[in-house]
Design a protein around this ligand. Structure first.
Ligand SMILES: NC(=O)CC[C@H](N)C(=O)O
Length: 309
């Protein structure tokens, strides 16, 4: 078995040198300011050992990676009732697409496209003030990462709040079908803010451990979700975690993963490791270009693909 520390160090080095870095997201103006040369990786194995390289301690905007955690929270609150308002099939469409909603009576295809995540956020919000719901999401992240310093980047949240017309369209459209219970402005406010949570690769890999170890944090022994739920969340990450790039990600990397337009990816090697990578340049589907390549190298060199080595 190759040495994980060496493999991670080599990948960080190789990624630093690459010139094909993709394009930084610019539709959220604040994200356009991020340095495209950044690259970070952190891998935490079953013993809690961390292998990290590059900018692994630099916080970045987790964006859609937050949707894994809001789904986890919402399933804890609503259980299978959640599946009445959102499906669990790949969309085959861009993350912010509106087209399927009309044919499918306002029910988003899955919880990881924007429409689905907005519907999930609405469920967490139910009956609470936006501030309380957001506090709950942030505390959940801090608990999972065992780090109370994690915060929301207010500038990113404000930037998206000012320019998120497409998300507002999705939310209003779903509201017209009765999919959202709360005022659209409340739901969107919480959504924009949880997308703007800033975390480093190390913090994110820590937060993802329960998905790699059947719902338990192996260091503390605390159960976050039952094993069956962890398995199912991983399944949705595999099939839907990269939007219309999910098939390509499964083909090349072979691990459940969730991307965000901040350039981060959280990936899970069940029973073996929780992994976070960050490279701000995106590919045409809005997924981190070098992040995916780094994960492909890692899974190959460690023999971690769930489909065989
Ligand atoms: N893919 C993403 O990371 C998208 C999240 C972003 N906040 C949006 O709604 O557009």
């Amino acid at each position: 078995m190759p040495d994980l520390q060496t493999v991670v160090r080599e990948i960080a080095q190789e990624m630093r040198e690459r010139t094909d870095r993709g394009e930084v997201a610019s539709y959220i103006p604040e994200l356009a300011r991020v340095d495209p040369s950044a690259f970070g990786i952190a891998v935490i194995d079953a013993d809690g050992e961390v292998a990290a390289g590059g900018d692994s301690d630099t916080p970045f905007s987790i964006q859609s990676i937050s949707k894994v955690f809001t789904l986890t929270l919402a399933l804890g609150k609503a259980g299978d009732r959640l599946w009445r308002r959102v499906g669990r099939e790949p969309s085959g469409s861009p993350f912010n697409s509106i087209v399927q909603l009309e044919n499918e009576r306002g029910v988003p295809r899955n919880p990881f496209i924007n429409a689905g995540a907005i519907a999930v956020t609405d469920l967490i919000l139910s009956g609470h003030q936006p501030r309380e719901a957001l506090g709950e999401i942030l505390r959940f992240m801090q608990f999972l990462a065992d780090d109370s310093t994690i915060t929301i980047d207010k500038a990113v949240a404000a930037s998206e709040q000012r320019t998120g017309f497409r998300n507002a369209a999705l939310a209003n459209y779903m509201k017209s079908f009765g999919i959202l219970d709360n005022p659209v402005a409340y739901t969107l406010g919480v959504y924009f803010h949880h997308c703007a949570i800033a975390m480093s690769c190390r913090q994110l890999a820590m937060a993802g451990r329960f998905l790699a170890y059947s719902g338990r944090n192996p260091s503390t022994g605390l159960t976050v979700v039952p094993p069956e739920r962890a398995r199912r969340i991983n399944a949705i990450m595999l099939t839907c975690g990269h939007y219309d790039g999910s098939g390509e990600f499964a083909y090349r990397v072979g691990l459940p993963g969730k991307s965000g337009v901040g350039g981060g990816i959280l990936a899970v090697a069940p029973g073996k490791a929780s992994i976070a990578v960050w490279a701000p340049g995106l590919d045409a589907s809005g997924n981190s270009h070098l992040g995916r390549i780094a994960l492909e190298m890692l899974a190959k060199r460690m023999g971690w693909s769930i489909f065989g080595s």
